[in-house]
Design a protein around this ligand. Sequence first.
Ligand SMILES: Cc1cc2nc3c(=O)[nH]c(=O)nc-3n(C[C@H](O)[C@H](O)[C@H](O)COP(=O)(O)OP(=O)(O)OC[C@H]3O[C@@H](n4cnc5c(N)ncnc54)[C@H](O)[C@@H]3O)c2cc1C
Length: 291
Amino acid sequence: MNVLMPTSLSEACAFCAKQPDLIPLAGATDLLVHWPIHPAEHDKSYLDLSHVQELRTIGWASGTLTLGALATYWDVLQDGRAKSEFPLLLEAARQVGAIQIQSRGTWAGNIANGSPAADGVPVLMAYDASVTLTSAGGSRSVPLHEYYTGYRKSVRRPDELISAISMPIRKYDFSVFHKVGARRAQAITKIGVAITRESEAPSLGEGVGGRENFHPWRVVANSVSATVKRCTAVEQLLQSNSPVRKPEDFLPALASDVSPIDDIRSTADYRRTVLARLLYHSLRNVAPAVT
Ligand SMILES: Cc1cc2nc3c(=O)[nH]c(=O)nc-3n(C[C@H](O)[C@H](O)[C@H](O)COP(=O)(O)OP(=O)(O)OC[C@H]3O[C@@H](n4cnc5c(N)ncnc54)[C@H](O)[C@@H]3O)c2cc1C
């Protein structure tokens, strides 16, 4: 096994450019899980990012919250401003594993691991997060809801690292995160959902051309598709003010948004039914048409 230990992002990217099959290592809470079972399969080359101090940051500037790639759940739980501006980040962070995992696991690792059950990803997506991908050739920003291309597949090239995750600071008048598991803590999610409603249209100057039609709702579900999934049909249903009088009224929209499967944790039918109920009971008397 070969472990490279860069101390700067540029050095890390230079290693990736030379050797694109390097496996980045952040908190290692996902990567090391399978090692005791199949040690021979892990005899590979790793890029340990833990000494790259510039990635261990949480920044508030220019109307944006930026989490460096080594920012952990615990870092966000300790950030007073995150608590008031992005409460769902804390809701999700508290429900990831226990304190040991929260203090090592990173938001970037949660994204890069690509599990459809990831709990950090839905709340980031519900806040319109973007992922900064950095290589020796420069950086690019990808909206998180466009990051995944399939089960554990993404637009990230092998020579790119996630260097940061950014979220615009906006005003929200409603937000909720639900995680349904086999027990209240230390459980892999069977069905999860994050919902936000932005409370006011952005000022004229913001996002020229991109935000002329104000869409306040974001609905993101996990463990019900091959990837964490933004539910745009549900968002449009809420935007359209079509009446929703029972959980089942969400099912036609969900049929186009998600494609749950039967697996050891749950059945597709249970996942669909519970997601519709979570939506209905979260939004009843919050969204005007959900009564
Ligand atoms: C006991 C236990 C409980 C857990 N509970 C939960 C839970 O409740 N909810 C949940 O969502 N997850 C849970 N996890 C999974 C895990 O803790 C999280 O997904 C965590 O966020 C992973 O972050 P990490 O820094 O440890 O990633 P790592 O394990 O270091 O890496 C994960 C993947 O991301 C890649 N990667 C990491 N950083 C980068 C980067 N900067 N650029 C490109 N690729 C990168 C790695 O190569 C690897 O493929 C649990 C894990 C354990 C062991």
